[in-house]
Structures are given as structure tokens and as C-alpha cells.
Design a protein around this ligand. Sequence first.
Ligand code: CO
Length: 206
Amino acid sequence: MKRHEQLLLENKAWSVEMDQRHPGFFERISKGQEPEFLWIGCADSRVSPSEITQSKPGQLFIHRNVANLVVPGDINLLSVLQYAVEVLKIKHVIVCGHYACGGVKAAMSDASLGLIDTWLANIKQVIGEHEDELDAILDETARCNRLVELNVRAQLMHLAATAIIKNSWKKEQAPVLHGWVFNIADGIIRQHYEMQPGTKAPVDIT
Ligand code: CO
């Protein structure tokens, strides 16, 4: 059996198991979705949002890109955000970064990787804003991990600056913005930052 056919076989087994454990599940989710959370995460294969939070289909509205960035003017992300906030009325936006993020590591190095350099320039901006703090961390892994946290914080600021979030905060007093970091080494997600509706900057809640 080819590797990709194995995925389809696993999917069949999952479908049967879900139906046995949760009778009527697929019928229920066929009627529509009411997710409470928009998850903005890294494309990294080790950070599967549904798996690491034990969420079932229907619980998370998900957008992923390299290094979980909220880039002003990114029509892809903004479309997801608008639909999530204005149509689905989600109550929480979670930006979840992760330690050992390849995108963040690449942004810290001077290596040129091609097209992705343009994307990662957004992280270089975060580095520039926190140069003193980052330079003071001598251990490379620790410095990279701190940048992962600061990067998540910066993306909350970018979210809060969008017209979509500003309008929603005025009208709905929602959503709350959360900055989380997943630790690949122990599988635990920790809360780092939070932004309540109408506030100007993320609060450090570690
Ligand atoms: Co990553």
C-alpha cells in the first residue's frame, strides 16, 4: 500500500470509530458549525491544533501559516478573521506559537532561504523591536524561545490593529485575544499574553 493510501485507510477507521463512540456526530456537524475559537497557528506538522487540544471537528476554526503571523494586508488571513468574527461570532482568537519554530529560527539567522525570506521579514521586525532584550540572552535556544513568545505578542497587536477586531470590540465587546506557546518538548501549551476587548496592549499572564 502506498503511503498516501494509508492516510485514507486511517480516515475510514476514524470515521467508523467516531460514529460508534459518538452516535449521530456526523449528522450533527452536517447541519453547520458554531466554533467558539479561531486558532491562528504555525504550519509546523508537530503542532496539530485539534490533536494537541483534543478538539473534535466543529470546535476550532483554523488558520495556519509559517510562524503563525498576522501580516497586515494578508487577504487570506483577513478573510478567515472576518468570517470568524463577523459571521461565526467566535469569542476567542488564539495565536499559538511554538518553541523550536523553524520560521522563527530562520528569521534569527542570516541565511537566505528564497521566497520565504519575504514572509519572515515580518519576524525580523519583531527582532528589531526587542533587540536589547534578545541580545542579552546568550543561549541561542533560549533566545529563539523568547523570540517565539515576543512574536506571538506582536501578532496580538497586529490583530488588535485590524478594522475587523476594532469594529467587533466596539459592537460586541468580543473576541478576547490570547497569545499561547506550545512546548514541543513536553506537549504543554502555556498562556503568555491576553488582550481583552478595548485594551491597547497585551497583558503578560505567565
Ligand atoms: Co513553527
